[in-house]
Design a protein around this ligand. Structure first.
Ligand code: ADP
Ligand code: 5GP
Length: 222
């Protein structure tokens, strides 16, 4: 990154937090696993997204999402307030830029739970981010879970299922892939990824305060 004032190349903040991106098809179980993951890991911050989707029963503004109108969402795009955004199943979803950048700058680890197009944008902007893709055991099981959740009408289920093939075809671009067969199994694997990545972060920081964290070791986990 080039500084406009000095023309010098800016050094990375060596104590910045790590950015984790969790993605995967709708209904695969991301939310279920993350709820347990956050219960066990109090030091990683969840980035609350903004969406134009209507709240489901029990969802709370400012907890699950910031629920906004189409007009307000489009204003956020124009004002460059989002780190990434995507249209998914007829609604907008986006990550609040200020919140995430400030938290990372302060040294906190941040986790985004976003769909695959948004994940790709984040990977381009943050090549060091840690991406985890959750896969279902098979497509029938995915549909069963999506229907079993009873949150979508038939049209929304069909829209979500329609893009699953596309999402699964890109599963190799992520650093880690975890099959959500059993919740406990998948949760343990996510925990192992997090612990491993935390370790490489502190090792890299103590070795060289200016170097970027090496990912080659962790990449072999895929
Ligand atoms: P996502 O956040 O990826 O859209 P959810 O976490 O809402 O998915 O899970 C969708 C449904 O599947 C929920 O009803 C959840 O209880 C169920 N589910 C999640 N993981 C599993 C699993 N490993 N086995 C069976 N059902 C699961
Ligand atoms: P849902 O409507 O089921 O809550 O979410 C639909 C999809 O949008 C999920 O795959 C979820 O991960 C994704 N999503 C949630 N927040 C964001 C976001 O900020 N950006 C993007 N690109 N996707 C998001």
């Amino acid at each position: 990154m080039e500084s406009k004032k000095t023309g010098k190349t800016a050094k990375k903040n060596p104590s910045a937090g790590k950015l984790f991106v969790i993605t995967g098809p709708s209904g695969v179980g991301k939310g279920t696993i993350l709820e347990k993951f956050f219960h066990n890991n109090k030091n990683i911050i969840y980035s609350i997204s903004q969406t134009t989707r209507k709240p489901r029963p029990g969802e709370v503004h400012g907890v699950n999402y910031f629920f906004v109108s189409h007009e307000d969402f489009e204003k956020s795009i124009q004002n460059d307030e989002l780190l990434e955004w995507a249209k998914y199943s007829d609604n907008y979803y986006g990550t609040k830029k200020d919140f995430v950048l400030k938290a990372l700058e302060k040294g906190a680890d941040v986790l985004l739970e976003i769909e695959t197009k948004g994940a790709k944008k984040i990977m381009e902007k943050f090549p060091d981010c840690i991406t985890v893709f959750f896969t279902p055991p098979n497509l029938d099981e995915l549909e069963k879970r999506l229907r079993g959740r009873k949150t979508e009408d038939e049209a929304s289920i069909q829209k979500r299922l329609k893009i699953v093939k596309e999402e699964l075809e890109l599963s190799t671009i992520y650093k880690y892939t975890i099959e959500n067969d059993e919740v406990e199994n998948a949760l343990n694997k996510l925990q192992a990824v997090y612990d491993f990545e935390k370790r490489t972060k502190s090792e890299a920081q103590s070795e060289d305060s200016t170097c970027e964290t090496s990912e080659s070791e962790a990449a072999s986990e895929q």
